[in-house]
Design a protein around this ligand. Structure first.
Ligand SMILES: [Zn+2]
Length: 250
């Protein structure tokens, strides 16, 4: 849609050269927890005071994937890192990952995980939003970045992105099933150029998923096809084919 924007990565991760030094060193702010919703995040995540993020985390915690959707992805060579939203929330608690609204490295990036600081950043454009579809989209973004955090490395690959974007696709389908078609009117980029796109592309009937391959090529074509945690499957290899064509989009 917007080829003028050189980087409009949907869920991007900063590949930081800083190794794992700060993984467990983030100081926990010992401040008085303020309960507004009565959910147990206040106890488990005392730093989480932002109402929007709290709502997103609650939606994430309740998120359940359809087993058939997981199977569908598996047949495409896409492996989800979490079996449910609750599993991702548990990981965030355990690893003391912070989530906040802030500037992303490029304005077109919706969310990113900073490995060196162990922080998930959501684009500050969505700070204080009350828009429920956006709150759900933020939940999906957190899920994706929590996937990167689970790898415990500073790198990504085409297969890694496919695994996490595939998880986004089935998360989005779960929200659609639960709440109905609440996303289609939204013009917010995190929805219209983010979560809605992947739910559609991963589930297109085309067995070669050509539109998906093209999209991943445009957004992530510079990454290696796979890595230690995410050995490349057929889709990732298709993304890496035709480097000349790919150069048109970078
Ligand atoms: Zn990613």
């Amino acid at each position: 849609m917007t080829p003028v924007m050189p980087i409009s990565t949907v869920f991007s991760k900063i590949s930081s050269p800083v190794q794992n030094q700060e993984w467990t060193k983030n100081p926990i702010e010992q401040t008085e927890p303020v309960s507004t919703t009565g959910i147990d995040f206040v106890q488990k995540l005392p730093w989480l005071k932002d109402k929007t993020l709290e709502s997103s985390m609650l939606a994430l915690k309740d998120l359940k994937f359809d087993p058939d959707d997981i199977k569908y992805l598996k047949n495409m060579g896409v492996k989800v890192p979490y079996k449910s939203g609750a599993e991702a929330v548990k990981f965030i608690e355990k690893q003391n990952i912070r989530i906040l609204f802030d500037k992303t490295t490029e304005p077109g990036i919706h969310a990113q995980y900073d490995f060196g600081r162990n922080i998930i950043t959501i684009n500050e454009r969505y700070r204080n939003t009350n828009d429920f579809p956006v709150i759900l989209a933020i939940a999906e973004a957190i899920l994706h970045e929590a996937g990167h955090a689970k790898d415990n490395d500073g790198d990504s690959s085409v297969q890694e992105e496919l695994d996490f974007l595939g998880m986004n696709a089935i998360a989005h389908r779960a929200f659609l099933r639960k709440y109905g078609d609440i996303f289609s009117d939204s013009t917010e980029p995190i929805i219209s150029d983010g979560v809605s796109i992947y739910a559609k592309l991963f589930f297109e009937p085309d067995p070669e998923k050509r539109n998906l391959v093209q999209r991943i090529k445009d957004k992530y074509g510079d990454l290696p096809s796979g890595d230690r945690m995410h050995p490349p499957g057929a889709l990732a290899r298709a993304v890496k084919r035709n480097p000349i064509q790919n150069a048109l989009f970078t």
